[in-house]
Design a protein around this ligand. Structure first.
Ligand SMILES: Cc1cc2nc3c(=O)[nH]c(=O)nc-3n(C[C@H](O)[C@H](O)[C@H](O)COP(=O)(O)O)c2cc1C
Length: 167
């Protein structure tokens, strides 16, 4: 899938079903995350691939749709390695979202519900206390056709040359 098509098609999908994800595809998704920009190229993030059904089940307490898939990626950041760790891990996440979409899978950026019980989920995954377990991406297939939710039109958010300038 072309990059611009993936950008236009990407959507957070919560109605997921499990699907086999060949290692080759998984590595492409992880590699997309690895290649994200980061402040001073410090790359203060690591990725954890979760396929064990018991672990997936435990993580579903963050958000039930995690329990519907057979594979999830957790994105973990080290705030000690960069002051821009949050921007960096977000860039890695977006790269992965686009790769997942381009490969024909579906996912959802799970952060808000994960952080409510971050300490619990860190224990489940064995993530060291000093690191932040920020985002989970369950990877599956969309049960229903996916449509990206409406976005504000460009005319409403783009100015030309000066603030407020219309093109
Ligand atoms: C920082 C951040 C945190 C998010 N946390 C959650 C979450 O915990 N659970 C969830 O279902 N969606 C979460 N989302 C997904 C948003 O709800 C979603 O991106 C938004 O509704 C726009 O929809 P779209 O991604 O399909 O364009 C999060 C997105 C971002 C960027």
């Amino acid at each position: 899938m072309d990059l611009f098509e993936a950008i236009a098609k990407r959507a957070c999908v919560r109605d997921l079903e499990a699907v086999d994800i060949p290692e080759e595809d998984l590595l492409k998704i992880l590699d997309a995350g690895r290649r994200a920009p980061s402040g001073m190229n410090r790359q203060p993030f690591e990725f954890l691939v979760i396929r064990d059904p018991e672990t997936i089940k435990a993580l579903a307490s963050a958000q039930s749709c995690i329990g519907d898939v057979s594979c999830a990626i957790a994105l973990v950041a080290d705030p000690e390695r960069s002051r821009w760790w949050l921007e960096d891990i977000s860039a890695a996440t977006e790269n992965m979202l686009l790769a997942i979409t381009a490969l024909g899978y579906a996912t959802v950026w799970i952060e808000g519900t994960l952080l409510r019980e971050e300490a619990t989920h860190k224990t489940t995954l064995g993530v060291p206390e000093s690191l932040r377990l920020m985002i989970l991406l369950p990877i599956g297939k969309a049960k229903e056709p996916v449509a990206q939710p409406a976005k504000r039109p460009l005319e409403e958010m783009v100015y030309w040359e000066k603030w407020g300038g219309k093109g």
